[in-house]
Design a protein around this ligand. Structure first.
Ligand code: PLP
Length: 391
């Protein structure tokens, strides 16, 4: 692709780092064997997988034996829920109203099957009160599953506090930390979690590889039943090149943590302040400080986010909205709706998410082009104060 792009959609997926591609290359070409083989390939590839596992364990403060490779964040989330229900035999789970569809759709499926689900509400700034977890716990609660940081707003949940509550009453606790690497400190011990999900494509590795942390001695039932791989916890021949890439990306994300939290944060703040101060009738969605350093979600009154996205697209700017285009109708984001935004406000909200590859000039480019786009769209909108019929 020759086109110059200004990429602000890193919570959707990230560019694969060239260092990651380089680390993977030998495992796609000369070292393509099966790690289960009895001859040289087996031993050699097994060692390479172990090294990658150790790097990923280091990213989350775990022991490498607690890491299970999966195909994606969705599989990791599904596995944690499945395992908790199977091993406890209980029929109630607690989650929040703002989880990713990897949890939400699974929870809805469970309800259809007769399980019970409590969806904890969030405040208008997207934060969650941990005391609600304590109130929602029941004798038949199998699992509490709460995301670490929200993919749409970047708002952070109080995982450590919830972990303490769950530990006290011996209820299993899972966190979907898919958005966190590189941006938030992750330590499974301090967080008191039994399960934690990650997905490699959010940290500059390819799509199609993820991991589930399972705390030592936690009863476990695999979702994918097959061979002896992953110590019988996830069947299927290991995706060696992607595992190696994931390991490299984990190592880089740890070493570049301070860049995301200083330079990227400053860029995000400049973008956010620039938009809020130059474009009238705009608001930040989500808590100002309890938020990942790379994300800003902004509501633009009187217009549809989709229209901004389309006009941005012509300029090579990539952003997204929380809404999902389903069967031709635009559903408002369930996250923004749970925060109390009206369907109109939610449909007028745009998410900008940055990464270590964003530069000052990317932010300048957006700040230059956005105000005239918004003015133009508002002038066309019958709902807008700027519309000639309304002034
Ligand atoms: N959980 C969260 C919070 C996410 O943002 C995503 C991806 O957008 C997922 C889970 C799913 O990850 P994957 O795309 O690897 O299945």
């Amino acid at each position: 692709m020759d086109r110059k792009i200004y990429y602000f959609d890193n919570n959707a997926t990230t560019a694969v780092a060239s260092e990651v591609v380089e680390a993977m290359q030998p495992f796609l070409q000369s070292e393509w064997g099966n790690p289960s083989s009895a001859y040289f390939f087996g031993h050699h590839l097994g060692k390479a997988i172990d090294e990658a596992r150790q790097k990923i364990a280091a990213l989350v403060g775990a022991d490498s034996r607690e890491i299970i490779f999966t195909s994606c964040g969705t599989e990791s989330d599904n596995t944690a829920i499945f395992s908790a229900l199977e091993t406890t035999g209980k029929r109630h789970i607690i989650t929040s109203a703002v989880e990713h569809s990897a949890i939400m759709s699974h929870a809805a499926y469970l309800q259809q099957k007769g399980y019970e689900v409590t969806y904890l509400p969030v405040k208008s700034d997207g934060t969650l009160d941990p005391a609600q977890v304590a109130q929602a716990l029941r004798p038949d609660t199998a699992l509490v599953s709460l995301m670490y940081a929200n993919n749409e707003t970047g708002v952070i949940f109080p995982i450590e506090e919830v972990g303490k509550i769950c530990k006290k009453v011996k209820v299993l606790f899972h966190t979907d930390a898919v958005q966190a690497p590189g941006k938030l400190k992750i330590n499974v011990k301090e967080m008191n979690v039994d399960f934690l999900s990650l997905s490699a494509h959010k940290l500059h590795a390819p799509k199609g590889i993820g991991m589930l942390y399972v705390k030592h001695r936690t009863p476990f039932k695999p979702l994918i039943i097959g061979g002896h791989q992953e110590r019988k916890r996830r069947g299927g021949t290991e995706n060696v090149p992607y595992i190696i890439g994931f390991g490299k990306a984990a190592e880089m994300s740890l070493s570049l943590f301070s860049d995301e939290n200083t330079r990227v944060r400053a860029l995000r703040d400049r973008l956010e302040e620039g938009i809020l101060s130059t474009v009238p009738n705009t608001r930040l969605n989500g808590h100002k400080s309890l938020r990942m350093p790379n994300t800003t979600n902004i509501a633009f009154d009187f217009i549809e986010a989709e229209a901004i996205i389309m006009m941005f697209d012509q300029l090579g700017i990539c952003v997204s909205s929380g809404s999902a285009c389903t069967t031709g109708s635009m559903d408002a984001s369930h996250v923004l709706s749970a925060m109390g935004l009206s369907a109109m406000q939610a449909r007028g909200s745009v998410r900008f998410s940055l990464s270590r590859y964003n530069r000052e000039e990317d932010v300048d480019y957006v700040l230059k082009h956005l105000p005239p786009i918004v003015s133009k769209l508002r002038a066309m909108s019958p709902l807008s104060e700027a519309h000639p019929d309304n002034v």
